[in-house]
Design a protein around this ligand. Structure first.
Ligand SMILES: Nc1ncnc2c1ncn2[C@@H]1O[C@H](COP(=O)(O)OP(=O)(O)OP(=O)(O)O)[C@@H](O)[C@H]1O
Length: 270
């Protein structure tokens, strides 16, 4: 089912009788200010469960800012003010007092690998250990499951005790994904996860994202139009802090309704 933004903003139910995917994240009239400067303007989006949603748009249009609102990472920046609502599974993210729990449910993978200078095993086990899991057997299971989930188990199973920093950039990025998976999230946010990778590693991460959507709702910021077209189900085009158009990815790339979207996806500006 394709919805316009205004229809999306009044879409209240979490399941539908038409077989459409349920809404996982519902964003209503979201505005964000860095001090006096407004960076997001009345964003309304329904993000569907177990789909990949791509956020595209020129540099500085608010994609990363928006992504960070979904797990309240902007709270860590001084002077940020958020007005509006984000509901995940019906729960108001900005009314919750348990931000740690939110960030466990809504994991994040960054542009550059941010692995710790420790072993592959310890990197993946880090979050579960912080949650108080001490059983070696359980940790072993979580590490293996997470590395398998990030399609990197076979490459690292014989060197789990080696430093994660000795891996290639593409492998490190998949370990970052494994580290996110180890927290058993249901949403994974990715901020340009392949922009520092070579084409082969990029392809591996893209394949991984495509496999992962059977288990997770994924929101990804990308500057790579082909990537958005290849891996996402829905695409939101941002410009100057506004969502100009949000639709099925094939509509955005083949028959966008707004001329500005068309100009951007065809490379006429941006
Ligand atoms: N910590 C911050 N403090 C003040 N302004 C910020 C901060 N972070 C981002 N901005 C501003 O908010 C606007 C949106 O930035 P944001 O990084 O979200 O854009 P983006 O679309 O992700 O850009 P890019 O594609 O270059 O990463 C920009 O004008 C940026 O300068």
């Amino acid at each position: 089912m394709t919805m316009t933004i205004s229809e999306a903003s009044i879409f209240k139910t979490t399941t539908t009788s038409t077989g459409a995917l349920p809404t996982k994240i519902k964003v209503n009239d979201l505005n964000l200010f860095y001090g006096e400067k407004q960076a997001l303007f009345n964003v309304n989006l329904d993000i569907k469960e177990k789909e990949v949603t791509a956020l595209i748009g020129p540099s500085g249009c608010g994609k990363s800012t928006f992504l960070r609102t979904l797990n309240r990472m902007n709270d860590l920046i001084d002077g940020v003010r958020v007005i509006g609502n984000i509901h995940i599974d019906g729960e108001n993210v900005y009314e919750s007092s348990d931000v740690i729990k939110l960030r466990t449910r809504v994991g994040m993978v960054f542009q550059k690998s941010n692995l710790f200078p420790m072993s592959i095993y310890d990197n993946v086990a880090y979050g579960p250990r912080m949650q108080g899991i001490k059983s070696k057997k359980l940790l072993n299971e979580i590490v293996e499951e997470s590395l398998r989930g990030a399609a990197i188990w076979d490459e690292v199973k014989d060197r789990l005790k080696s430093s994660a920093l000795g891996l290639s950039g593409g492998q490190q990025q998949r370990i970052c994904i494994a580290r996110a998976i180890a927290m058993k999230p249901d949403v994974i946010l990715m901020d340009e996860p392949t922009s520092a990778l070579d084409p082969i590693s990029t392809l591996k991460v893209e394949e991984l994202i495509t496999q992962m959507k059977k288990d997770y709702t994924i929101v990804i910021v990308t500057h790579n139009m082909q990537q958005a077209a290849r891996i996402s189900d829905k695409t939101a085009f941002f410009l100057n802090g506004e969502v100009i158009e949000y639709d099925d990815t094939n509509v955005i790339f083949s028959t966008p309704k707004d001329e500005r979207t068309e100009d951007y996806v065809t490379g006429r500006f941006g």
